[in-house]
Design a protein around this ligand. Structure first.
Ligand code: ATP
Ligand code: MG
Length: 419
């Protein structure tokens, strides 16, 4: 038997209604903030990710699914959404339209990671990107949007924010970090020793226990912010305070991808275990420029839907019901045809109606109707076809009423009244 590749997910009908609910909440809330959906390719030229996500990141160094296509071009399955969306903004000159440009997306992402609860090799992200607004009001609004989605779903993860500064203050900070980590070079993992020269910031993001321990006493970015970055960060905090949004400043959040600067934030819920970051985001003002686009500020976030579903399941959130309204049983080939036709008439009127497709006996049709969770059942036979009347039986309370089987509008009404 062929099995699914390690680290991928089968989302079965028993859980997909919950996924749909989450996805609809994401789009509904982002719509209220003026965001419009964009869809981008599942794979892009590898170069896009090398230039945007960054050569020195875990994602690009270890996690991407790379392949060359039949013409030998280097391609990569998207590990995240921001790079592809940014490319699409540049390629389609979306920046020439209404600004700020507010885009939302739902994507599958691919990263070669160690599969565990809340971490898979193919996973789903809902995200937003806002281009063309550099002010702190935009920073605060993006956080409010993510928070709004969690509230809509009845979740309350904690919010942590930080500023990782602009290239200028970051340069000073990187010097300090380098100096600090160089002193305990021997205790760093091999990857981090390499990072020491290339990008010491990445060491703070390392999941190795020894590196984590050393990072604990490392200098804090918040002590190195320049006046502008500090003002912008203070403004964001003020705006969040004014909305009574509770957060903590965590100077250790650096985020995994290279293109961030200024505000970064995460929503975290430990109830689902070690993989507890539900949402990560931040500002990436230099990204569009670095991809040969105009000088356009940007900010966004991505939330991991798998982890949000885990959270909801943990809370005992019921999976929304998806039951047929009516099952039309039949006793012989003639009434089976009538059932087939009536079911179709009801579907055209928006109901979920099914009839026998496999030639079951009436008894096993009734069993099937029960199992399927149908709200009502009608049995069609000789008599019903002759009189055009049948009994509509509620499978919830067993009550019955006589209905006209040639009047699907009236039948629909009865069924809806009973729901
Ligand atoms: P982590 O530190 O958990 O690896 P990350 O910094 O790599 O996260 P981002 O690139 O910011 O994650 O992606 C945004 C969100 O996507 C994460 O907060 C998480 O909810 C989700 N996510 C990331 N990687 C995975 C994965 N392999 N499986 C499931 N969800 C994931
Ligand atoms: Mg990761």
């Amino acid at each position: 038997m062929i099995q699914k590749p390690r680290g991928t997910l089968d989302l079965l009908p028993e859980s997909t209604p919950l996924w749909r609910k989450v996805e609809q909440a994401c789009f509904a809330v982002s719509r209220r903030f003026g965001y419009e959906e964009i869809r981008v390719p599942t794979f892009e030229r590898s170069e896009l990710y090398h230039r945007s996500v960054g050569e020195g990141t875990d994602v690009v160094q270890k996690e991407t699914y790379d392949f060359s296509d039949k013409d030998g071009r280097a391609m990569t399955l998207r590990p995240e959404g921001t790079a592809g969306v940014s490319r699409a903004v540049i390629e389609n000159s979306l920046y020439a339209g209404v600004m700020p440009l507010k885009l939302s997306y739902l994507l599958s992402c691919f990263r070669y990671e160690l599969p565990q609860a809340g971490r898979s090799r193919e996973f789903y992200q809902f995200g937003v990107e806002c281009f063309g607004a550099a002010r702190s009001a935009c920073d605060a609004e993006v956080i409010l949007l993510a928070d709004g989605i969690f509230k809509e779903l009845g979740l309350s993860p904690r919010l942590e924010i930080n500023s990782i500064g602009c290239p200028e203050c970051r340069a000073r900070y990187l010097e300090a970090l380098k100096e600090y980590f160089s002193a305990c070079r021997d205790q760093l993992c091999e990857t981090c020793r390499g990072r020491l020269e290339k990008n010491a910031l990445r060491i703070l993001d390392c999941k190795n226990e020894s590196c984590k321990a050393i990072s604990k006493d490392a200098p804090l970015i918040t002590d190195y912010l320049c006046a502008d970055c500090k003002t912008q960060f203070d403004e964001v905090k003020e705006l969040l305070d004014a909305q009574n949004l509770v957060y903590t400043v965590n100077p250790r959040i650096v985020r995994g991808l290279d293109y961030y600067r200024g505000l970064v934030f995460e929503f975290i819920d430990e109830s689902i275990g070690a993989q507890s970051t539900l949402c990560g985001g931040g500002r990436y003002d230099g990204l569009i420029r670095s991809l040969d686009g105009p000088d356009l500020p940007g900010i966004g976030f991505a939330m991991g839907l798998t982890r949000i579903i885990l959270c909801l399941e943990q809370k005992g959130e019921p999976v929304p019901a998806q039951k047929p309204d009516l099952y039309l049983a039949s006793t012989d080939p003639e009434s089976a045809k009538a059932a087939f036709t009536l079911a179709q008439a009801l579907r055209e009127r928006g109901l979920c109606a099914t009839s026998d497709l496999v030639g079951r006996s009436v008894k096993s049709q009734m069993k099937y109707a029960d199992k399927s969770g149908a709200g009502y059942v009608i049995v069609l036979g000789d008599e019903e076809l002759q009189t055009k009347r049948a009994r509509l039986r509620s499978l919830r309370d067993g009550t019955e009423q006589v209905v006209d089987i040639e009047d699907p509008d009236a039948l629909k009404k009865r069924i809806q009244e009973g729901n």
